[in-house]
Write a protein that binds this ligand. Structure first.
Ligand code: SF4
Length: 441
């Protein structure tokens, strides 16, 4: 590929921030840096304009409680030492890097007999379990934009988390057959009236943690059963029947759901119930369901792990072959139990997101961090290797939330000496292999 221009406008840039993976951004480069951005939302804009903040440009290792700068080779050597000497290393992160890097992560996990897990353990892991349990009727965002005349947002607030979702793919989007908001009905089911709820035709306020009950009541209403109580999950019976009517009378519907469904009481069972509702709605009309995935490549990391191991996350190689048992082999559970004796964290910040007990145990073991920027997790690392930003300083393949693969572009050269995740992981694999050949682990 030709080197990126130092000056000029680059069109159709891919925003590597959230699961929408918008690929229509325009970026102006001046003097080798991003000068302006057109078309991105506030989140994408902030990432593209501030990518050079909180960067570290040299690999570092911890010596007597402080960090010292070292060469790339020394950092890789020390990281390989940590992984080869561990009995049960955890390789966590992966949702904010390319599929090519995840592929190498799986190879490394197998080599060192560790567990590879991505951030879905704290977001849509229960969705994955539910999809495996029940199967799913789904569609791409393109199909939904063109055809869906009823859109339900359940336990998600794209107004804040996926700001261009409604404009580019859903409520407001101009489709081929459904021309826009005026030809669509919008429903929001949530525990509070969010900004997304304010634009809905119907807002259904569900009691906290009672999504399963409401979904079950909706299934009953869709099947024509009587609901004997006045309200379910804080929703009046007449509103449940009204919503059931809206769902069955749509020509093509979709439920977009978020962590308000997956991370509240019921978790994966909520998702199973939502999928069953959608399956039953297909007796009446065409209906689909799609998870609102957060990180820009959390869908891709799960897909790559599935191609290579048969399992989408929490894959354990400690017996020499892949095993999968979320709740046991998932990163939060491993760290809560204190089972991992080393960790490699790639493009992620578990210290800011994991339960306190897991963070305490993570801080007690040797940790290698590969990340473009400094973070609370980097602060507890034994080895820190800075990496280039995917979609800014290095290209790579990522998967949008609907599993459509998109090639993220390289816009700029990375800072001198800063390598891509792919280059760093390949160097680490080569060192681990060399150490193992020498009988070092
Ligand atoms: S919606 Fe997401 S992918 Fe699109 S521009 Fe905003 S942050 Fe980027």
């Amino acid at each position: 590929m030709d080197p990126p221009p130092l000056e000029g406008v680059i069109k159709d840039v891919v925003c590597a921030f959230c699961g929408c993976v918008c690929d229509d951004i325009e970026v102006t480069i001046k003097g080798g840096v991003i000068e302006s951005v057109k078309g991105a939302c506030g989140l994408g804009l902030a990432k593209l304009l501030n990518y050079s903040r909180e960067r570290v440009y040299s690999p570092m290792v911890r010596r007597s409680q402080s960090f010292v700068e070292v060469s790339f080779e020394e950092a890789v050597e020390e990281a390989a030492d940590i992984l080869v000497n561990a009995k049960y290393p955890l390789l966590y992160g992966w949702s904010s890097t390319s599929n090519e890097a995840v592929r190498l992560g799986v190879e490394l996990a197998e080599l060192v007999g560790g567990v590879i897990d991505d951030t879905s353990v704290t977001c849509h892991g229960p969705t994955t379990l539910a999809l495996q349990e029940t199967g799913v009727v789904t569609a791409t965002l393109g199909q939904l934009k063109n055809r869906a005349d009823l859109m339900v947002y359940w336990g998600c607030n794209p107004g804040h988390a996926h700001p261009r979702h409604t404009v580019r793919y859903s409520a407001m989007a101009k489709g081929r057959f459904v021309k826009g908001r005026r030809e669509r009905r919008i429903v929001v089911v949530d525990v509070r009236e969010t900004p997304t709820a304010k634009m809905a035709d119907l807002f259904v306020k569900v009691q906290q943690g009672m999504d399963y009950e409401l979904l079950t009541a909706l299934r009953m209403a869709v099947k024509g059963y009587t609901i004997e109580v006045e309200e379910v999950a804080g929703v009046p019976r007449n509103m449940i029947f009204k919503l059931a009517d809206m769902l069955t009378s749509a020509k093509f519907g979709v439920i977009f759901f978020g962590m308000g469904v997956t991370m509240t009481a019921g978790k994966g069972r909520n998702v199973e119930e939502a999928i069953r509702l959608v399956q039953e709605l297909n007796d009446h009309t065409k209906f689909t369901i799609l998870a609102m995935r957060g990180h820009y490549n959390v869908t891709g990391s799960g897909a790559v792990m599935t191609w290579l191991t048969g399992y989408p996350y929490a894959v354990d190689f400690s017996r020499g072959y892949p095993r999968y048992n979320p709740g046991v082999t998932s990163s939060t559970d491993i760290l809560m139990r204190g089972d991992a004796d080393a960790a490699l964290i790639v493009a992620s910040d578990p210290v800011s997101h994991f339960p306190m007990k897991a963070v305490e145990n993570l801080s007690r073991i040797p940790v290698v961090v590969i990340d473009p920027r400094w973070s609370p997790t980097a602060a507890i690392a034994n080895v820190f290797i800075p990496s280039a930003f995917v979609g800014i300083e290095v290209e790579g393949t990522v998967y949008r939330m609907d599993k459509v693969p998109i090639r993220a572009k390289k816009l700029l050269e990375p800072p001198p000496g800063v390598k891509s995740d792919v280059e760093i992981l390949q160097a680490l694999i080569d060192r681990v292999k060399a150490r193992k050949l020498k009988g070092g682990g």
